[in-house]
Design a protein around this ligand. Sequence first.
Ligand code: FMN
Ligand code: SF4
Length: 431
Amino acid sequence: MGLEVPHVTGYLTQHFADDAYAGIDGYVGAGGYGALRRALDMAPGDVTELVKGAGLQGRGGAGFSTGTKWSFMPENSEKPKYLVCNADESEPGSFKDRILMERGPHQVLEGILIAAWATGAEKTFIYVRGEYALPAARLERAIAEAHEREFLGERICGKDFAHDVVLMRGAGAYICGEETGLLESLEGKKGQPRKKPPFPAQFGAFGMPTTVNNVETFSHVPHIVANGVEWFRGFGTEKSPGNTVFGVSGQVRRPGLFELPLGTPLDEIVFEHAGGPLEGRQVKGVIPGGMSMPILPANLLDVPMANEFLRERKTMLGTGGVVVMDDRTCMVRASCVIAYFFRDESCGQCTQCREGTGWIHKIVERIERGAGSSEDIEILQDITEKMEGQTICAFADAAAWPIQGMLRHFRDDFVEHVNRGKCPFPESFEL
Ligand SMILES: Cc1cc2nc3c(=O)[nH]c(=O)nc-3n(C[C@H](O)[C@H](O)[C@H](O)COP(=O)(O)O)c2cc1C
Ligand code: SF4
């Protein structure tokens, strides 16, 4: 069964209640593929400039300027150029790409086609998380429908523009969401991230110049082309324009998806849109952007959800996956779950990551059991600092940051475990 329609909708999700929108008739009926026609009347470089001017930032986690990324693709390449749509969505707490694929697969395809025109790419590989059966099926159907209506194929919209889209299913590894791990997996190899440089724009899928963008990033593109830069900049903040789809999970009354402008305060998302904590409970902490982003305590939730503000509080927007924990939660147990995930998912190439994630889990688990010491807390902090910025990919940072956030804001939970020699939160979830 699919996800519910988002509780709050905007330009990305406004038609998602209409089942027909996932099919080509419903999509075209709502004005779909009009932006593609408009883009095809523009010079490719002008489309890239438009997206750059709109200030669209990638929604896959790193928040890099999409137009700038497109401009890295070589203009005159003897090799074929490719696009990759990153639909791996394996970050715990993130589930927005899923609904974008299930309910708006043609919106994703139209964004891909506009990007293909802008960058001169002849083929796109969509890499879908293995567990996402329905999103993959909806996309497959959309690809077939787009071929039938000549939105894909040799002469798209009757123009001298050819493009094809190939869908590939992953096999459930978080690291295959990292763009170069994804490229390796796409090529049939072990999903281990590549050293950079060379970057994908020079040496990407099968060695060809490649641009990798996230599902949501592509979904914004038709709206920018259809409505223009000023319109898009009317949503969000000056530095972070546009809407995004926040996925809220955890201990709230109304978990789910909410399409809201970037810069919406985190406390508004948690307390108003998601209905706040459950009966008789209080919010203890909130992870703002998927599990790899540092947690914020209840007194720091009055922050606009945009990187320029979140960075001041030593965290980031990530994927916009908001995870709410209430006052029953043991933050050492929560850290243990996080640490176990990263230990399990490390690809093992870099010593700091392979060993660091193992040590973090071992020490956090010891503290949770009541067998930890004060020194363990210091060692934990030290290990996380030694993992940052040292490795082939950002996974090691993603494993270190959430633990640093826990120690920054919930150190007392760790100290209490050490002092009492047991977990002081009997009502917390079980490990
Ligand atoms: C460990 C790790 C996992 C990632 N997983 C995903 C993912 O599931 N989906 C995604 O779009 N980006 C993921 N990323 C980010 C990608 O490497 C890449 O930055 C992104 O796909 C670029 O698209 P964007 O510019 O449109 O955001 C991950 C990065 C890391 C380090
Ligand atoms: S940081 Fe971790 S996941 Fe990334 S390449 Fe190194 S070992 Fe693999």
